[in-house]
Design a protein. Structure first.
Length: 80
C-alpha cells in the first residue's frame, strides 16, 4: 500500500473532510470498473489490486470519521 495514500487519507481525517474522502473513493471505484472492462493483452490485476487497497485505506479513514472522538464522546454518554 502506498504510504502517500495513507498520509493523504490521514490528513483528510484530521481535517474531517468526509467529502474529499468520499470523492477519492468514488473515483477509484469508477477506475476499477473501467479497468475491469478492458479486454486485451494487458494484465490489469495489479492495477485493480492497488486501487482496491487504496479504497480499503479510504474506508478506514471514513470509519475514523464515524467513530466518536474524545471531544464529544462525553456529550453522548460514551467513555473512551
Amino acid at each position: 500500500m502506498s504510504e502517500a495514500m495513507e498520509r493523504i487519507v490521514d490528513a483528510y481525517v484530521k481535517l474531517r473532510n468526509r467529502k474529499a474522502l468520499e470523492d477519492m473513493k468514488d473515483h477509484r471505484q469508477r477506475l476499477v470498473t473501467e479497468i475491469k472492462s478492458l479486454h486485451g493483452v494487458i494484465d490489469v490485476r495489479l492495477s485493480i489490486r492497488q486501487l482496491e487497497d487504496e479504497i480499503a485505506v479510504i474506508d478506514a479513514g471514513l470509519a475514523k470519521l464515524d467513530a466518536p472522538t474524545a471531544a464529544w464522546a462525553p456529550a453522548l454518554g460514551l467513555r473512551l
